[in-house]
Design a protein around this ligand. Structure first.
Ligand SMILES: *[C@@H]1O[C@H](CO)[C@@H](O)[C@H](O)[C@H]1NC(C)=O
Ligand SMILES: *[C@@H]1O[C@H](CO)[C@@H](O)[C@H](O)[C@H]1NC(C)=O
Ligand SMILES: *[C@@H]1O[C@H](CO)[C@@H](O)[C@H](O)[C@H]1NC(C)=O
Ligand SMILES: *[C@@H]1O[C@H](CO)[C@@H](O)[C@H](O)[C@H]1NC(C)=O
Ligand SMILES: *[C@@H]1O[C@H](CO)[C@@H](O)[C@H](O)[C@H]1NC(C)=O
Length: 947
């Protein structure tokens, strides 16, 4: 869903032939932060703290911190007495919690995010990490036990940034190695890429603001989710070895987190500036990127189990105006033989754009029920949108039960004077659920249950606008005319607001108004200027709030004031909590409430949910889409960093609006993007109202490219499924940056134009228009064999540098790592259910030593909690492939074929289960042995031997 100001932005730019997102985002801020009153951030007179009364505890230590001098009251009131608790919670996790001794500052309740169990053993002597401190002025630093004199992983002895702990302002900084590798801190679309910009010599760097915010994917600003966690990857030039660690600040406070390199400095720095709360840090010792992510998952909770069908292709747009159009889309997908697993509706579904309704004329409830049941009978699914805000009754005779019953039960956020906090969203004026309210969960569950009983028999839920977004600045006020449901902007496609933008290099004399390219191939479509990413950079500045309702320190919220396009920061939640303290939790808490509701509506089933706003622990309940992106090549590239970020955040089921949301797409961009997203966890094509259609069947080349990529995706389903089982059981990220797997190769640290699915599948998409080839780096520096997915041929790689690969339109480069054994569905079908009914095959890619290994997790794909499973282990060595099967789940489908890549010479004999078989062939060119007609029972051990 698009936001108000972006539509205004589009309006302003309507005459432009194609738009630049940087221009757009220049228009989207209601009150640009740089227009706020500026003060200098002077905390130099802040006295710092002195540590005393230290005592050792079972799992660490505790001590008092007292203010060392006169309060500086920089942006609030200095708190005189603090407590520091240090707990060695596991060998790999150190918890440092600094809080006000009186405990008046907000902390996230255990009922919202449950903390890990207290340590059952004392790790103080065995932990990988060590806590060190100076008593006065108080500072602490964390070292690795294995390198007590090495550079600390976190070090607050940077006295140019004093330690400040006030009621409305907290500040702490750590020295970091110069230009170190930092990943995470989000949510953001970072113009500098997945690796965050540390700046140099006083210039640039990163300001990551933590304030969940509705804005259409601007660059380098805070957006929908807040994730104060990062991973740092350090490479030692001397040993050529690397280690990763992680740092998580468990805080919901609005905050700026700055990465910078001061002028002339030999170090870089991370600096936290918080609007409240406490300093509750977790440090993870890694030492590999994947271990860091797993260790973080152990604190915030592991991702929920996905149903198998979630991996199918999903299609949506704003502007399927009625049930017939929606049904017609499903029909045309099948007619074009492009697999469709899930069809979605946007707010078109609603009556008066109100949650929990269907429009009686265009989406009548009984027809919806019939439609959804028909989908189900075809193994397909339906997902509706659910917006954050609840429509306000427009007059006394207006009947809208979610509102009236909510008022009765007292479930909405209030103003400080006890009146309703009124905002404005799609239906007009609205109220907002208060997830802290005692009766909110029951009310929400009832509303969702009623909806599903009135025809919307959803399989999953799409949560939108849950930052929470509102078109007013704070409360719309008591004087608002509630019956006026006009929006303060024009909808896309309304007279005066056409969607006229096209992707970069779109040439209207070559391509038609339907966004297609009609000339054979793309050679005539070359872009005159070449492709130049458009980038807007932000500059550092220090500011202080101009408004009495705002905290004295003003974070770099992209919307300006905290309440701009959101709720008033003085909004009141149950228990007297204020919006200022709990704002960042809203989206996650709405996901959690929806998770609980769905548990009662679809008992025993795994849930499917996609939420726009997220926070640490969101992954337990929901996946995420990367919000309102643009139909631009530039944004297709950003798609990859977004997917990688959310692997760190433990919300691994993620993907972008394929073919782009805002603006018109074109055939070439949509073709490339449909192929790229086939390798993303969440695979959905979604489009804005009034833009040209972008369903894959709109263009023959896109339909064909989609079918090809989807066939690979559905073949790989057992692999995806296993990756997500590992995510849900140990927190391992399913999608990986190249350096996650090859941590000692610095040339990979900034790579975000390629990625790995799991350990074994390398994806090298085309991300620029007019390309016939793509440059890809192959990790492993020639010590690893990579084989082409399609030809099975070995790639002739350049050690540590790029290799040019052919990439005609409709072809996405996919490579298989050596030493892998991947279980596949042998017959990808139209739906996931039908695909799962077919037989399996096994693809083995041998290392130079003739080894390979892999596993596969299989179960019924839907039960929650997961029922019995089967874990298959594939080990290949010395010309023998062995399959070991473990677990009670009965795998009904047979193993049809085993393909072994890298068998150096034609075997003289092939034995299946110890018996010679004739059902095999050998392909000399690719050194490939194919045993077919295997007909193997995957519930028992199996072996294939070649001599
Ligand atoms: C801080 O702690 C000291 C020592 O316990 C106590 O005397 C003092 O009153 C406390 N100050 C505040 C503001 O609570
Ligand atoms: C760093 O910036 C300062 C000005 O802020 C300049 O004088 C100096 O030459 C710069 N150093 C480097 C290495 O660029
Ligand atoms: C009250 O609102 C309802 C629903 O929008 C509308 O149908 C009705 O005409 C309104 N009544 C008055 C008196 O305005
Ligand atoms: C492609 O564009 C041309 C020129 O606008 C148009 O005539 C044709 O119908 C379009 N084809 C498709 C499949 O959209
Ligand atoms: C658009 O394509 C036409 C035909 O190939 C070419 O002459 C023209 O220069 C192109 N325009 C731009 C802006 O690239």
């Amino acid at each position: 869903m698009i936001t108000a100001a972006v539509i205004l932005g589009l309006l302003l730019l309507a005459p432009a032939i194609w738009f630049q997102s940087d221009l757009l985002s220049g228009y989207v801020r209601n009150i640009p932060w740089f227009l706020n009153t500026k003060h200098s951030l002077d905390t130099s007179s802040c006295p710092g703290y002195t540590l005393s009364s230290l005592s050792e505890t079972y799992s660490g230590l505790t001590a008092q911190l007292s203010l060392s001098g006169n309060a500086c009251n920089a942006f609030g009131h200095d708190i005189a007495n603090l407590t520091i608790d240090v707990k060695y919670e596991t060998e790999t996790r150190l918890h440092v919690n600094i809080f006000d001794t009186d405990q008046r500052q907000f902390i996230i309740p255990e009922s919202v995010i449950k903390r890990p169990e207290s340590p059952s053993a004392s790790y103080a002597q065995s932990s990988d990490l060590e806590f060190n401190y100076d008593a006065s002025p108080f500072a602490f630093w964390i070292t690795r036990r294995s390198e007590a004199h090495g550079t600390p992983i976190f070090d607050t002895r940077d006295h140019s940034v004093p330690f400040v702990f006030e009621d409305r302002y907290l500040q702490v900084a750590s020295i970091l190695p110069l230009d170190t590798n930092i990943y995470g801190l989000g949510e953001v679309v970072s113009s500098s890429g997945f690796r965050r910009d540390m700046g140099s010599n006083g210039s640039d760097g990163t300001i990551q603001t933590m304030w969940t915010r509705d804005d259409a994917d601007p660059l380098d600003e805070n957006i929908y989710g807040s994730h104060p966690v990062y991973m740092e990857h350090r490479f030692d030039e001397k040993t050529q070895k690397s280690q990763s660690h992680g740092v998580f600040l468990l805080s919901a406070a609005g905050a700026d987190i700055l990465l910078s390199t001061p002028p002339g400095a030999k170090n870089s720095r991370i600096e936290y500036r918080l609007l409240g709360g406490t300093l509750d840090f977790y440090f993870f010792s890694g030492p590999t990127p994947q271990k860091v992510i797993e260790q973080y998952g152990a604190v915030v909770g592991l991702p929920g189990w996905q149903p198998a069908w979630a991996f199918g292709f999903q299609l949506c747009r704003w502007g399927y105006h009625n049930i017939d159009e929606t049904r017609e889309t499903v029909r045309r997908m099948r007619e074009a033989s492009v697999p469709l697993e899930v069809i979605w509706n946007d707010i078109d579904l609603y009556h008066d754009v109100r949650d929990f309704t269907t429009d009686p004329t265009s989406f009548p409830g009984d027809e919806m029920r019939a439609f959804i049941r028909e989908l189900k009978s075809n193994h397909q699914h339906y997902i509706p949108i659910l917006d954050g805000a609840i429509a306000h009754q427009v007059n006394d005779t207006d009947v809208y039960d979610p509102y009236t019953s909510g008022v009765e039960k007292g479930v909405f956020i209030m103003n400080p004077d006890g009146s309703e906090h009124i905002g404005q969203v799609w239906p007009g004026f609205t109220v907002f659920p208060d997830w802290f309210g005692e009766h909110t969960q029951a009310w929400w569950t009832d509303a969702l249950t009623n909806w599903s009983q009135h025809g919307v028999e959803f399989s999953g839920i799409w949560l939108d606008m849950n930052e929470a977004s509102s078109f007013c600045e704070g409360s719309c006020g008591t004087g608002a005319n509630l019956s006026d449901s006009k929006l303060p902007f024009l909808l896309p496609g309304a007279p005066g607001n056409p969607i006229s933008g096209y992707p970069e290099c779109y040439n209207s004399t070559v391509s038609g108004p339907s966004g297609n390219i009609t000339v054979d191939g793309i050679s005539t479509h070359a872009c005159d200027d070449g492709y130049q990413p458009k980038v807007k950079r932000r500059v550092f500045s220090v500011e202080s709030g101009a408004d009495a309702d705002e905290p004295p320190y003003s974070i770099h919220n992209g919307n300006g004031k905290l309440s701009a396009r959101g709720l008033a920061s003085n909004g009141v939640h149950a228990g007297g909590l204020t919006e200022l303290d709990v704002h960042n939790l809203w989206g996650m808490m709405s996901s959690k409430a929806t998770h609980v509701a769905m548990g009662s509506i679809l008992p025993g089933e795994r849930q499917f949910m996609i939420s726009r706003a997220t926070f640490p622990s969101s992954g337990r309940y929901t996946g995420h889409w990367l919000g309102d992106n643009f139909s631009l090549w530039q944004y297709m590239h950003y798609d990859i960093q977004g997917i990688l970020q959310f692997q760190i955040f433990q919300v691994p089921f993620v993907g972008a609006d394929t073919c782009g949301f805002i603006g018109n797409t074109d055939e070439e961009l949509c073709n490339r993007w449909m192929q790229l997203s086939a390798f993303a966890p969440f695979y959905r094509n979604h489009n804005i109202k009034a833009a040209i259609g972008q369903e894959p069947y709109r263009w023959d080349s896109v339909a064909s490219a989609s079918r090809n990529a989807m066939a690979i995706r559905y073949a790989l389903l057992p692999y995806w499924y296993t990756l997500f089982a590992n995510a849900s059981t140990i927190g391992t990220p399913p999608v990986r940056a190249l350096f996650f797997e090859f941590p000692d190769e610095p040339e990979l640290f900034a790579v975000d134009r390629q990625f790995l699915v799991g350990r074994d599948i390398l994806v090298t998409p085309v991300l620029t228009p007019g390309a016939e080839s793509v440059d890809g780096i192959f990790p492993g520096r020639n010590s690893v064999i990579w084989r082409d997915w399609y030809t099975h041929g070995i790639v002739d790689t350049n050690s540590g540098s790029y290799t040019t690969l052919a990439a005609p339109l409709g072809h996405i480069n996919v490579h298989i790592r050596e030493g892998s054994a991947i279980l596949l569905h042998a017959q990808p079908a139209y739906t996931i259910a039908e695909t799962r009914e077919g037989p399996y095959s096994l693809l083995i890619s041998l290392s130079a030593e003739g080894r390979a290994f892999g596993t596969a997790y299989i179960d019924d794909g839907i039960s929650s909690p997961p029922g019995p499973n089967k874990i298959l282990t594939f080990s290949v060595l010395d010309g023998q492939a062995r399959i070991h099967a473990d677990g009670p789940f009965d795998v009904a489908q047979k193993l049809q074929e085993i393909a072994v890549l890298g068998v150096g010479r034609k075997p003289t004999k092939v034995l299946l289960e110890g018996k010679a078989t004739k059902n095999w062939m050998y392909i000399e060119r690719t050194q490939e042995l194919i045993a077919n007609g295997v007909d193997g029972d995957l519930n028992r051990p199996l072996s294939l031997v070649w001599l």
